[in-house]
Ligand binder design. Structure first.
Ligand code: FPP
Length: 244
C-alpha cells in the first residue's frame, strides 16, 4: 500500500460550468469529495494524504472566487473538526500561511492543535503553496544559517534540503493524482515528487470517489518502481526481501 498520496484537485470550475452553475458551486461540491476521500484513505489505512487546496497562483483568480474559497475552507475546517477527531485524523497545513485571511489562519491553527495528538491519517492542506516558493524560503533559510556560521555550505546535502522544506516530517509521496484531465504538475511538491508515480484522470474533482482512488492504488501496485535501478536488480531485491 502507498504511504503517502498527494492530489491536485482540479476540475471544480468546469464541473459547475457543465451544469450551468457558478464555479463556486463546483468548489462547494469539491469539499464533499475531500470528505469522501479523507474517509476512504482512513479506511485503507493510508498514513498521509496531501491536498493542493490553494496555490500561490490562485490569488490571481477573480476576487469573489478567492473570497468564496477562503470562506468555504474556513467553514469546512471548523465544521469538520469533530469528524476529524472521530476518525483520528491529524490536520496539518503547508504553504505561506501568513497570506491567508486572519480568520482562516486562526481556524486552521486551532484545528491543527486540536487534532495534533491523533494517530490516524495525517491530512495536509497546501494553502497559498507553490513548490518554487517553498524552495525559495528553504534556500533563504539555509543561506542565512551559512552566514550565521551555523552550517557549512559544503555540508548541505539532499537530506538537509528535505529537512528544511514545509514537508520535513512527511515522507515523499508514492502517488500523485491530478483530476480534471490536465497533465501537468502546476508547481506542486516539486522537490518531493522526484520518484513519485503520476496518475492523471479525466474525472472532475467533484465526481472523484473511493472507487476511482482504489483503482489508482491498484494500478500503482502493478507498476515497477525502479528508483534508477534495472528491473532485474529490483526483482532480485524483492526476492531477497521475501526470503528474509
Ligand atoms: C481547482 O479547480 C480547485 C481549486 C483551485 C480549489 C480546490 C479547493 C477545494 C476543493 C476546497 C478544499 C477545501 C478543503 C477544506 C480542503 P478549478 O477551479 O481550477 O477547476 P477548473 O480547472 O475546472 O476551472
Amino acid at each position: 500500500m502507498p504511504r503517502h498520496i498527494a492530489i491536485i484537485m482540479d476540475g471544480n470550475g468546469r464541473w459547475a460550468k457543465q451544469r450551468g452553475m457558478d464555479r463556486v458551486m463546483g468548489h462547494r461540491e469539491g469539499v464533499e469529495t475531500v470528505r469522501r476521500i479523507v474517509e476512504e484513505c482512513g479506511k485503507l489505512r493510508i498514513p498521509y494524504l496531501t491536498l493542493y487546496a490553494f496555490s500561490t497562483e490562485n490569488w490571481n483568480r477573480p476576487q469573489y472566487e478567492v473570497e468564496a474559497l477562503m470562506r468555504l475552507m474556513s467553514a469546512a475546517i471548523r465544521s469538520e473538526v469533530p469528524k476529524l477527531m472521530e476518525n483520528h485524523v491529524r490536520l496539518n497545513a503547508i504553504g505561506h500561511l501568513e497570506d491567508l485571511p486572519q480568520v482562516c489562519q486562526e481556524e486552521m491553527s486551532e484545528a491543527c492543535q486540536l487534532t495534533a495528538k491523533n494517530d490516524g491519517l495525517t491530512l495536509t492542506l497546501s494553502l497559498s503553496y507553490s513548490g518554487r516558493s517553498e524552495l525559495k524560503y528553504c534556500i533563504r533559510k539555509l543561506a542565512q544559517q551559512a552566514i550565521d556560521g551555523a552550517i557549512n555550505p559544503q555540508d548541505i546535502d539532499e537530506q538537509t534540503i528535505t529537512n528544511s522544506l514545509y514537508t520535513n516530517n512527511i515522507p515523499d509521496p508514492d502517488i500523485l493524482i491530478r483530476t480534471g484531465g490536465e497533465q501537468r504538475i502546476s508547481n506542486f511538491l516539486l522537490w518531493q515528487i522526484a520518484y513519485t508515480e503520476l496518475f492523471f484522470t479525466p474525472v472532475m474533482w467533484p465526481d472523484f470517489d473511493g472507487q476511482h482512488l482504489r483503482e489508482i492504488i491498484y494500478q500503482y501496485q502493478n507498476r515497477e518502481r525502479r528508483f534508477g535501478k534495472t528491473s532485474e536488480q529490483v526483482q532480485q531485491e524483492n526476492l531477497d526481501g521475501t526470503q528474509k
